[in-house]
Ligand binder design. Structure first.
Ligand code: KIV
Length: 270
């Protein structure tokens, strides 16, 4: 039986073994119990309860309005029917701006059922990452295009094309790994830079719009099903190639990630 098809609960050890074997794993967002079960059946290794729920469920034009109460509620919903996938939850905007808030809010997500928390940023997250990791809370750091900083970035733009920014992203990724990050997530970065960062690190890297070389891939569920109002370049609608409706589309995505067929060149940035 392959690592990916093993039926036991996926853990960080599973993801590290997949990386060590040169294999790939799939990550997909879910926000409720029904989809959580479908993702399990499709063999998705990591479920992300993303703050993208602010846009795809709540109809906001950014993730900034999402609250801790929203996140706890959706993590609880997903947790109830999750039998297999590793469960990662976003810490929403401004929920990790001081050490006290970081600890209290990460603990609330873990108590709700998360197995890892995800924070957006770069070098400034060094102390928060260390604080959480030392207390037993696994951390994923989301770098590149960080939607919670959309007002500073000025738009949903590819990050790291500038050589100086690219160099600093490599250094920041290494710093955050040293601080205790267990996974790095890269959003909207050129393929070559994502490969460089993935090769430089000893932890799994999950990509979205970051090319085919990362250890894992993530998509927003509504994008994969073709029901989001906007369609970024890195998105693929898997529903048309499914012979089993929504469940088949999720399975097609999981299989395409593990076989290396997704993302294709048209989903990547130079
Ligand atoms: O909130 C989310 O769904 C995310 C993904 C886009 C990676 O952070």
């Amino acid at each position: 039986m392959s690592l990916q098809s093993a039926q036991q609960h996926v853990t960080l050890n599973t993801l590290n073994k997949i990386r060590a074997n040169g294999q790939k794993f799939s990550c997909l967002t879910a926000y409720d119990a029904c989809f959580s079960g479908l993702l399990n059946e499709a063999g998705i290794e990591v479920i992300l309860v993303g703050d993208s729920l602010g846009m795809v469920l709540q109809g906001h034009d950014s993730t900034l309005p999402v609250t801790m109460a929203d996140m706890v509620y959706h993590v609880q919903c997903v947790k109830r029917s999750n039998k297999r996938s590793f469960l990662m939850a976003d810490m929403p905007f401004m929920s990790y701006s001081s050490d006290t808030e970081t600890l209290e809010n990460a603990a609330a997500l873990m108590r709700a059922g998360a197995e890892m928390v995800k924070l957006e940023g770069g070098a400034w997250l060094e102390s928060s990452t260390r604080l959480l990791a030392e207390r037993g809370i696994p951390v994923c750091v989301h770098m590149g295009l960080t939607p919670q900083s959309i007002n500073r970035i000025g738009g949903y733009l590819v990050q790291g094309r500038d050589p100086i920014q690219a160099e600093s992203m490599v250094k920041e990724a290494l710093l955050l790994q040293e601080a205790g990050a267990s996974i790095l997530l890269l959003e909207c970065v050129p393929t070559a830079l994502a490969k460089r960062i993935t090769d430089a690190l000893d932890i799994p890297v999950i990509g979205i719009g970051a090319g085919p070389h990362t250890t894992g891939q993530v998509l927003v569920l509504h994008d994969l099903l073709g029901i989001s109002p906007i369609k970024p370049k890195f998105v693929k609608n898997f529903l048309p190639e499914s012979d089993n409706g929504i469940a088949g589309a999720i399975k097609a995505y999981a299989d395409a990630v593990k076989s290396g067929q997704f993302p294709a060149p048209e989903h990547c940035f130079d």
